[in-house]
Ligand binder design. Structure first.
Ligand SMILES: [Zn+2]
Ligand SMILES: [Zn+2]
Length: 128
């Protein structure tokens, strides 16, 4: 997963729109969109964005360092050190598949994500 895809997935999983995350991270919405399009955030931006999407600086820093093979949920961007107990989930998630967490496996989005064709559509749709 790229840093841009990770930030985008976490933002969506948290139910935040671009304006809300930009506001929380104290950057402009235009800058956030550029970062989600693949522009590299500087260190301070990465810190503030990470704090706003669930305190995931270690994961984001690894992705920015090029370690893109970290095991993350392809749907919500959660990680073993940052499982999704967000959105009212009472318990942290586990792994339902190689790149899918148990919470997302329960959702209709994730069922689509099992299908490579649907995954491509879903990924594309999510970016729009
Ligand atoms: Zn997930
Ligand atoms: Zn999860």
């Amino acid at each position: 997963m790229t840093p841009a895809a990770f930030i985008h997935a976490r933002r969506k999983a948290l139910g935040m729109n671009a304006f809300e995350l930009a506001d929380a991270a104290e950057i402009t919405t235009r800058r956030l969109r550029a970062i989600e399009d693949g522009n590299r955030p500087d260190h301070h931006e990465a810190e503030r964005i990470s704090a706003a999407i669930g305190d995931v600086f270690d994961v984001l820093a690894d992705l920015l360092d090029g370690r893109t093979n970290i095991r993350l949920c392809s749907n919500c961007g959660c990680h073993e050190d940052a499982p999704c107990c967000i959105n009212g989930h009472a318990h942290p998630c586990g792994w339902a598949g190689p790149t899918l967490c148990t919470h997302c496996a329960d959702s209709s989005h994730a069922i689509m994500a099992f299908d490579p064709e649907a995954q491509r559509y879903f990924t594309h749709a999510a970016v729009l």
